[in-house]
Design a binder for this molecule. Structure first.
Ligand code: SF4
Ligand code: SF4
Ligand code: SF4
Length: 456
């Protein structure tokens, strides 16, 4: 699977790319997101991300935040979703969904360790509902176990695959290693080539850890050179264990409290430096906006444009509130979110509780809602609040100038990035409003900007 996960991508966001070349706009006419707000009900579905193999993985990436979850289950735990739980999950997830599209996201750990037969069973169990709902599947994988047979299956059943690749060998291998401590670059590239050869839809999830952030163009140009069209950058942020985490046997701290000052603010050595994360995105944006708009889709840039236009964010981190993207573990336990798999965020079990009730319980507990209500004044008065929304509450562990707790660790980086790209977002918004492809911005940058204005 991935380390710091794909919370939303082309397959799961429900929003087609806003940024298109003219050719793509024609081709994907119906997929292009409208420059309007979608109806409320479209945003009210529940997203249930599945971890059918729990925290089990064949790799041992240095920055992995999920392997440690084995401490929460007993030593004799069987990390494989049983047929009984799988059936309940699929049935309840589909039947409780108010939306016409139901998106399944399979993650781990490493879900391919379950074997193809497990996923054949998934398709079989989904089949009876296929006439009534559109069902999609996404698989997050580290790519090392992919084979032609796997790819043929994924292609046949239209899986969208998220593959984790951090950049060229020396960057990727810096953190993404196997259990012997060796780099995994060659195996992942083998997996990527198989996906490409078999024409499986995929996107690349690139984690931005401390060393990665120092080499933005090396990462971006490498991925572009490998013909990767969809990229999502995920910043790595983790704190050293706090008292609560240590008591549970975890090596990392849990979510920030938001309402009180955090005692533990020391980050791990692999955590990205805030300003460097901002610079990383800016340097790539500057290259992208000159050469690649409409050809390479960087989801972080799509989200920023979405927010600028006024659409709800398709990614929880930059949404006003979160709490509707719950996670189901291998044993049927449901937790408030992928980053909050801790006892205090357990909502129930799929075998004994109803999904809407579990989500409701989570929201009533304040999870997700507090993302907005607990925003510190520093955020409420921020110029780029609409794009950032204070980011993920889990990492709001910094105290701010007004002497309030609850500021996101990456704030200086986010602010720098969002402020920097505003000039480009203005132009792209204008282009889209006038029915022109956002890719025209590449010409606009070269010379005097002439944008045809809508006469209405
Ligand atoms: S591949 Fe495995 S070890 Fe690496 S980040 Fe993903 S789950 Fe963790
Ligand atoms: S706490 Fe909220 S914003 Fe953070 S990862 Fe979970 S759902 Fe997303
Ligand atoms: S940039 Fe900083 S101040 Fe602004 S909303 Fe984001 S976290 Fe808050």
């Amino acid at each position: 699977m991935t380390s710091a996960v794909c919370l939303s991508g082309p397959a799961s966001s429900g929003v087609g790319p806003l940024i298109n070349s003219k050719k793509r706009m024609r081709k994907n006419k119906n997929k292009i997101a409208k420059v309007t707000r979608p109806p409320v009900e479209a945003t009210q579905g529940i997203h249930l991300l599945a971890k059918p193999i729990g925290p089990v993985c064949n790799l041992n990436c240095e920055y992995c935040f999920y392997l440690e979850k084995q401490a929460l289950f007993g030593p004799n735990e069987k990390y494989r979703m049983s047929d009984e739980v799988l059936r309940a999950y699929i049935t309840k997830y589909i039947t409780s969904q108010p939306t016409p599209v139901v998106e399944f996201v399979w993650q781990g750990g490493e879900p391919t360790l379950l074997g193809i037969d497990f996923f054949k069973r998934v398709i079989e169990l989904q089949k009876p509902f296929a006439g009534r709902k559109t069902i999609t599947n996404s698989l997050q994988t580290n790519g090392t176990l992919l084979t032609d047979k796997w790819c043929a299956f994924l292609k046949k059943h239209n899986f969208m695959v998220g593959i984790s690749l951090d950049g060229p060998r020396e960057i990727h291998d810096c953190y993404r290693r196997n259990r012997k401590g060796n780099g995994t670059f060659d195996q992942v590239m083998r997996g990527l080539r198989l996906l490409q050869k078999n024409k499986v839809d995929y996107n690349v999830l690139a984690c931005v850890a401390r060393e990665t952030a120092k080499r933005p163009l090396d990462v971006y140009r490498f991925l572009k050179g490998e013909d990767v069209e969809f990229i999502q950058f995920t910043p790595i942020v983790e704190r050293m264990p706090d008292v609560c985490g240590s008591q549970l046997g975890l090596r990392l701290a849990g979510p920030a409290a938001l309402t009180k000052e955090e005692e533990q603010t020391e980050v791990t050595p692999w955590t990205v430096i805030p300003e460097e994360y901002g610079d990383f995105l800016i340097v790539i944006y500057e290259e992208w906006v000159r050469h690649d708009v409409g050809k390479v889709f960087v989801m972080n840039f799509e989200w920023a444009l979405n927010a600028w236009i006024g659409n709800p964010s398709p990614v929880c981190v930059h949404a006003k509130q979160c709490g509707r993207s719950v996670v189901i573990e291998h044993n049927g336990d449901v937790f408030a979110c992928d980053h909050c798999v801790y006892p205090q965020y357990r909502l129930g079990n799929i075998m004994t509780s109803q999904l809407p009730a579990m989500v409701e319980k989570s929201l009533q507990m304040g999870f997700g809602v507090s993302k907005e209500t607990a925003l510190p004044r520093w955020c409420r008065e921020c110029e780029v609040l609409a794009a950032c929304q204070g980011a993920c509450p889990k990492h709001r562990f910094i105290k701010i100038p007004y002497d309030e707790p609850g500021l996101h660790y990456l704030c200086p980086g986010y602010k720098k990035f969002f402020l920097h790209i505003r000039k480009y977002l203005r132009v792209m918004t204008k282009l889209l409003e006038n029915g022109l492809p956002a890719s025209y911005i590449m010409d606009a940058i070269k010379g005097p900007l002439v944008v045809k204005l809508d006469k209405k």
